[in-house]
Design a protein around this ligand. Structure first.
Ligand code: GTP
Ligand code: IMP
Ligand code: MG
Length: 333
């Protein structure tokens, strides 16, 4: 059995969707299982001429052969799930663990209305109230929603009997409820161990943990953001981004925050870094597929990351498409 886990190493929106879609197409996992938050996540995947925006189903769905699963730890919004299944034509390919929590309209309303949620700048998707209800043992599970009945299954049984499993995390380590910039965080831990537990995998089953980081730092919502650029300055550098779920402008720091990345690599036990948007920082990298084709300053940046964080940069994003990537996981230094 071979399990690869993908997590975010910064504040979410590192480009996990793109890295996961590449791994799904290239490593051909038989099962792709989603752990982490719920519909607060927003992943963008571009493949061929198509662009997809995804919140709940695994971003790896672009591999038509893989079975798809949503783990017990994920908070499920039935409307979001059913819309994605229909839009992406997933039919019976996707199961939800029958133990997962169901987000209700009341939870979404509470998330939109609460003063704490406003202070944090949540996504208003009901995450905090749903997680609190689960902890209080008052939350409904997905079994109480008749429209989901045909999608319910046993995700631990599926992932533990598969040969090759890709596990998708969501959000980023600095938004972890335990290790992030508390209280400006999401409602749960989002590190690799928790993501695995959420889909029913134990620590000994994992082969690789891929920590995705972007070549600069962005954050959406409140909380500390040292070195923050104005929107105009971020635009000038081509780094200004907008949230996929809420449409809010993301806050930008043009640099990497080394102590946070080291901490993230440590707690996630990262075996590789996947570095995205190297072409945004160094435009001459656009669409390159070989490391040797990168300009010297970009190679030096990659080396600096490896030295500072102490983890090999195994994947490098050089453009928006799933295939715009340098895969040097197997290459020696
Ligand atoms: P996650 O939440 O981590 O999945 O990131 P995200 O999908 O939320 O980020 P966003 O919605 O901002 O989408 C990222 C966009 O950047 C998508 O259109 C991707 O195709 C694109 N992208 C990802 N990696 C790269 C890269 O290496 N270079 C460029 N130019 N674009 C990229
Ligand atoms: P919540 O998860 O909706 O409760 O939001 C808590 C904080 O996490 C807010 O600052 C959100 O902007 C942030 N957040 C939650 N999910 C994501 C994500 O997928 N990407 C980026 N930020 C997120
Ligand atoms: Mg995102």
């Amino acid at each position: 059995m071979s399990v690869t886990v993908v997590v975010g190493g910064q504040y979410g929106d590192e480009g996990k969707g793109k890295i996961i879609s590449y791994l799904a197409l290239h490593d051909k996992p038989d099962v792709i299982a989603r752990g982490g938050g719920g519909p607060n996540a927003g992943h963008s995947v571009e493949h061929g001429s198509k662009k997809y925006s995804i919140r709940l189903v695994p971003s790896g769905f672009v591999n038509q052969q893989s079975k798809l699963a949503i783990g017990a730890g994920v908070l499920v919004d039935a409307g979001v799930f059913l819309r994605e299944v229909e839009t992406f034509g997933l039919g019976s390919r996707c199961i939800i663990d029958r133990r997962a929590t169901l987000i209700t309209q009341e939870m979404k309303d509470a998330d939109a209305a609460s003063e704490t949620a406003k202070k944090i700048g949540t996504t208003k998707t009901g995450m905090g109230p749903a997680q609190a209800a689960r902890a209080s043992r008052t939350a409904p599970t997905v079994e109480s929603e008749p429209r989901l009945k045909k999608y319910l299954g046993d995700v631990p049984a599926l992932v533990n009997s598969a040969k090759n499993v890709l596990v998708e995390g969501s959000q980023g380590f600095m938004l972890s409820n335990l290790y992030g910039t508390y209280p400006f965080v999401t409602s749960k831990d989002v590190s690799a161990s928790t993501i695995c537990a959420e889909v029913g995998l134990g620590p000994r089953s994992v082969k690789d943990v891929i920590m995705v980081i972007k070549a600069y730092t962005t954050r959406v919502g409140s909380g500390p953001m040292p070195g923050e650029l104005s929107v105009a300055d971020a635009e000038k550098r081509g780094m200004q981004e907008y949230g996929t779920v809420t449409g809010r402008p993301r806050r930008t720091n043009p640099d990497l925050i080394w102590d946070e990345l080291r901490f993230s690599a440590q707690v996630n036990s990262a075996s590789f870094i996947a570095l995205t948007k190297l072409d945004v920082k160094f435009p001459a990298c656009a669409k390159k597929k070989e490391y040797d084709e990168l300009p010297l300053e970009a190679k030096n940046f990659v080396k600096q990351i490896e030295n500072e964080v102490g983890v090999k940069v195994g994947l490098i994003g050089t453009g928006p498409d799933a295939d715009d990537i340098i895969d040097r996981r197997e290459q020696d230094e």
